[in-house]
Design a binder for this molecule. Structure first.
Ligand SMILES: Nc1nc2c(ncn2[C@@H]2O[C@H](COP(=O)(O)OP(=O)(O)O)[C@@H](O)[C@H]2O)c(=O)[nH]1
Ligand SMILES: [Mg+2]
Length: 457
């Protein structure tokens, strides 16, 4: 055995250089590495250039840290949002979803509710002006008819005097509306997110409009007190909706310069939002009776037939659905007058109950607008005339609600993919007191369920 063979260096793979040569090639490689080159100081850098370069690098590092921090916070917020309870409000258009949302605000985040009063004051005035516009248009149409009996030239005069109000409405709506193309004359359709509230609360135009409404309060009162005008509206089958009619009965108060809307006013005030609104309920220490309440989210969605596809993306992220239906078996849908309102609600209810994506979701049924049902029954509404299957059951409030409750309960039981509890409440969402109690119970129910589920997981 030769010594040489025992100390022989392991042979290098063909074509490769020895250890010395490989170090040199690594150095050459790093000299040509674009990153190293980009970071290296330029040749012949002066002291001032060096200071500037290092300062720039420090700023870049700081910016990068700030971005990292922002991303981290965003991720934390997202993680928290994932854990927070999320509630979806569902129901056909006009069922009372947005009104229930305001009840949640009033009950759980009263400070937030308070902070919005200045904006809602202007919405109240917009609703009032909208009713005046409807009335003025009806009078003018009557005046233009070949022979008019109900209105006189004095009414024409009153309409002229009220014109400045209608201009104010146009100005305000143009400030906040999504686009004039989406907007009926005078109807503000706003973008979700609530930026419109700041505009209304802070703009000079809004203050000027409030002053003009105040100046014309006597003319508004004269218009509304006129029996011929009332008769005309009735003859034409026009009811002043969207809260406007409600405020017309309270002109003196709402047109005062120092008018601050009450909770009920805010609940009645209406503004239309385009698309889904996400509302975050952050626990407020000052809110009474909110011990143990955690942050949560509510999604308020549009309810008309054409916009229901927008609900689906929310189905696999919410823990609870509050489903609203007025028992308006005596009405048809605004967007499709061939469809009975209650029938539409039942179809929707069946879809929601049977949806697999929602099988783990609590569904809470609100029979809303019960004040209206009570009033209708009192005025002589006969349920059987609209719903033949009601047959000869007692034509009373308890009779009607009991009957429909069992219908909804039966569908819930039969169609739910897995058994779940049936939660049901009769509500009048414009009555803040009774609704506050119900909302408190519903909230507790949802959180109890959620807590149980998280423990199980
Ligand atoms: N009388 C009465 N009106 C209600 C009730 N709930 C809501 N409203 C009114 O019905 C209209 C439609 O309500 P809204 O909450 O906007 O319905 P949404 O389209 O489902 O969001 C508004 O003018 C509300 O003031 C209720 O329980 N009783
Ligand atoms: Mg709504």
């Amino acid at each position: 055995m030769s010594a040489a063979s025992s100390t022989k260096a392991p042979s290098s793979p063909a074509g490769s250089a020895g250890p010395k040569a490989s170090k040199a090639s690594r150095r050459r490689q790093s000299d040509t590495d674009p990153l190293t080159l980009a970071l290296a100081p330029p040749p012949n850098e002066s002291m001032q250039e060096r200071t500037e370069r290092l300062a720039l690098a420090a700023t870049a590092a700081q910016t990068s840290r700030a971005i990292d921090e922002a991303l981290l916070q965003e991720k934390r917020a997202l993680d928290k949002k994932k854990e927070d309870v999320k509630i979806l409000l569902l129901g056909q258009s006009e069922s009372g979803k947005s009104t229930v949302l305001k009840n949640f605000r009033l009950r759980f985040t009263p400070e937030y509710f308070d902070s919005e009063r200045a904006a809602w004051k202007i919405v109240v005035l917009l609703n009032l002006i909208s009713s005046i516009r409807t009335t003025v248009n009806t009078i003018q149409a009557e005046l233009a008819a070949p022979e008019f009996t109900l209105v006189s030239p004095q009414h024409a005069q009153l309409c002229t005097e009220l014109q400045p109000l209608l201009h104010q409405e146009e100005t305000l709506v143009s400030l906040i509306a999504v686009s004039p193309h989406f907007t009926d004359p005078g109807e503000a359709l706003v973008r979700p997110g609530g930026a419109w509230k700041r505009v209304l609360a802070e703009s000079d135009e809004a203050r000027a409009a409030a002053a003009i409404v105040h100046e014309l309060r006597e003319e508004i009162e004269a218009l509304w007190a006129d029996t011929a005008v009332r008769e005309l509206l009735e003859k034409r089958g026009i009811s002043l909706k969207d809260g406007g009619g409600y405020f017309m009965d309270d002109i003196h108060r709402v047109t005062a310069l120092d008018f601050v809307p009450t909770d009920s006013d805010i609940l009645r005030a209406r503004i239309k939002t385009l698309g889904v609104e996400e509302h975050f309920f952050e626990k407020e220490a000052a809110a009474p009776g909110t011990k143990g309440v955690k942050d949560f989210w509510i999604y308020d969605v549009p309810g008309s037939r054409g916009s229901r596809a927008a609900w689906i993306p929310f189905f696999d992220m919410v823990q609870a659905i509050v489903f609203l239906t007025p028992l308006s078996f005596y009405e048809v849908l605004e967007e499709d007058t061939r469809v009975n309102r209650l029938e539409d609600s039942v179809v929707l209810w069946k879809e929601i109950c049977s949806n697999k994506l929602l099988e783990a979701c609590s569904i809470i049924l609100f029979f809303n607008k019960m004040d209206i049902l009570k009033a209708k029954l009192k005025a002589g509404l006969i349920v059987r005339e609209y719903v033949t299957s009601f047959a000869d059951r007692p034509n009373t409030y308890a009779g009607a609600t009991g009957y429909f409750k069992e219908k909804f309960r039966a569908y819930h039981k039969r169609l739910s993919p897995q058994p779940r509890a049936f939660f049901y409440y009769e509500t009048t969402a414009v009555d803040t007191r009774s609704t506050a109690k119900i909302i408190g119970t519903v909230h507790e129910e949802i959180f109890r369920r959620h807590l149980k589920d998280s423990i199980l997981i």
